[in-house]
Ligand binder design. Sequence first.
Ligand SMILES: [Zn+2]
Length: 255
Amino acid sequence: MLTQHLSGQMLRDPVNPGSAEIREIRNLPNPPLVDLKADDIHVRRCRLASDAVDSRFGRFRTKDMPRVLELLRGAPVLIGHDKRTLGVARFFGGTVENRDGVSWVVPSFYWPREHSGAEDLRVMIDSGVYSEASIAFTYRTPTCSVCGNDIRGCAHWPGRTYDNQLCFFYYDGIERVTEGSLVYRGAAYGTGFELPAGSNESENATPDIATETSPLDSAAINLAPAPDPDEAGPTLTLKHHGRRYLAILRPLKEE
Ligand SMILES: [Zn+2]
């Protein structure tokens, strides 16, 4: 299982929730315990994920976009990926939209007006202070766009070109969306500034949890705590053919 964070943008168009939104919220898994009315909630939307090659040279397959939207249903909205806090809002509904040839997952999210911090949250979003939303998800395999194999083992490097074809990898085997977060502009990780192209290759080429691996010399094995103890077993950091990997130890399972 690999984890990834990607950033999207908050949308400016106001959302006045109506009966359709209320119906979608009532149909969530673990729906609200009370009979929510449209006047009880704030709703906003964001462009959260697209099928374009992202700054880490990863890419969702277009056919997976509806699944990403479905996995978002009911997921919590946090502030800044802070898992020590409870969520401030919840994803529901939404659409997959095509804009200029790019397919976007555009979920809605709601929060109750009655909450003591509800107006603060609305002001921070509408004023543009919380200007990005960031999705956290897990997937099984980064599939090389050039040869179709797992890019961790093949000879190709994401971000390089082969026969004038940019090498990237697909997020294959999407398992779950763990959460979405509201983040300050530029504060999100996974947007590319942490793995600049053309820097040290062993840093640059790691398509997965590079920022959470510990620094390594050529001698290769280092037991490290899991990036998210709630979700994974112990991890093993290792280096192979000049690339650095973080393996999560789980019992072998027959597919
Ligand atoms: Zn390849």
